[in-house]
Design a protein around this ligand. Structure first.
Ligand SMILES: [Zn+2]
Length: 380
């Protein structure tokens, strides 16, 4: 039952067929865990609270800093120096005093993750680092709870819902292991436009509410990519990996793992090491030999469109260097052991793309040294 005050508060929900009084009751009975009260967690918590989620848990050991305020709208000038939990809880209470806020003043780690996450229905991954992102995914899978994933990078965001118990893959099906330290710039290094986490965190709140209401279709097995600069949403299909170390048929991960904050690879693949000891290069003669035979790998031309228009190899797939990250899921679908040959104009950009893809877990990537310049001399 809702009080008169609550009836007035949620009137716009009551008049939606998909929510109504019954749906609002579901929201009131529901609990959501926000891992992180930063850029993504801020809008998530605010909208979940406003929507009338009964219990919201926040895990965050940090204090509010001035540089957070550009994007972390849960906090304000007056809360600088306070714990993010205290700041967030008081802001949530201001928005909706009916919400119960649970404060978990710890770093989310393998020792506490199962205990904390088991107290909630839905998990929102609002983390900004790989160790916690993998932990969030793993714990959600082990507890059979939906893990609502988002991440941001400069002007680009990604969203998906990982819930293999409802269908679709987990995060590890996409990226089995965390990348090496230094290969992915952190928020502090890379910069982020403040509105971007606002948009992605709001999408996370929407997905949490949809799952609780059991309405619409969550992006299970779909990776939604948002490019703020071009104002475009693109979508990639993600497949469950039968070899996934977590949700695959023969899992090697059966309990939470603490990766080092440095994100070093704890389980390096032996074939990966072997390849890394050799120079990952082929020359254009070797490339020609491969293409003349039945080459079943993929040659990727990472030059810009205008360069590609001047001349290109017909069988090469054209993906400009800047767009490579968003093609990683697609390439992953082909298998990380798939042979990938990277070519650019003279071999510089392709070497960087090769390093990037190796960091993403691809084990069979080669740089075509000399690039198209060398190719055009070989095949004038
Ligand atoms: Zn998986």
């Amino acid at each position: 039952m809702f009080s008169l005050e609550e009836q007035a508060r949620y009137a716009r929900h009551f008049s939606l067929e998909q929510v109504g009084i019954a749906g609002q009751e579901k929201l009131k009975q529901a609990s959501v865990l926000c891992i992180g009260a930063g850029g993504l967690g801020s809008p998530s918590c605010l909208y979940l609270a406003a929507a009338g989620i009964g219990r919201i848990g926040i895990v965050d050991p940090d204090t509010v800093e001035l540089s957070n305020l550009q994007r972390q709208i849960l906090h304000s000038q007056s809360s600088i120096g306070q714990s993010k939990l205290k700041s967030g809880a008081s802001r949530i209470q201001e928005i909706n005093p009916h919400v119960k806020v649970e404060q978990h003043n710890v770093r989310f780690s393998a020792t506490n993750a199962m205990d904390i996450a088991s107290q909630y229905d839905v998990i929102i991954d609002g983390t900004d680092n790989f160790p916690t992102r993998y932990l969030s995914n793993d714990v959600a899978y082990l507890l059979k709870k939906p893990n609502i994933y988002a991440s941001i990078f400069r002007f680009e965001g990604q969203l998906s819902v990982f819930a293999p118990h409802l269908g679709g893959p987990c995060y590890r099906c996409m990226l089995p292991e965390p990348p090496d330290a230094g290969s992915v710039p952190s928020c502090a290094e890379a910069g982020v436009l403040g509105v971007l986490p606002g948009i992605m965190g709001s999408l996370q709140a929407m997905e949490a509410i949809k799952i609780i209401l059991e309405c619409g279709s969550p992006p299970l097995g779909r990776l939604i990519h948002y490019d703020a600069l071009s104002t475009s949403f693109r979508e990639f299909n993600l497949r469950s990996d039968p070899e996934c170390p977590l949700c695959g048929s023969n899992p090697s991960i059966t309990e939470p793992i603490d990766y080092q904050q440095s994100c070093s690879k704890t389980q390096t693949k032996s074939n990966n090491e072997n390849i890394m000891e050799q120079p990952n290069e082929i020359n254009v003669e070797q490339l020609k030999d491969k293409l003349d035979q039945a080459f079943d790998g993929l040659l990727i031309d990472v030059r810009e469109s205008w360069e590609h228009n001047v001349s290109h190899i017909d069988s090469a797939k054209h993906i400009p260097m800047g767009e490579i990250p968003e093609f990683v899921p697609e390439l992953n679908n082909m298998g990380t052991g798939q042979e990938l040959l990277i070519i650019c104009k003279s071999g510089g950009r392709s070497a960087r793309v090769m390093d990037y893809l190796a960091d993403q877990g691809f084990t069979n990537v080669y740089n075509v040294i000399g690039g198209m310049d060398a190719w055009s001399k070989l095949t004038p």
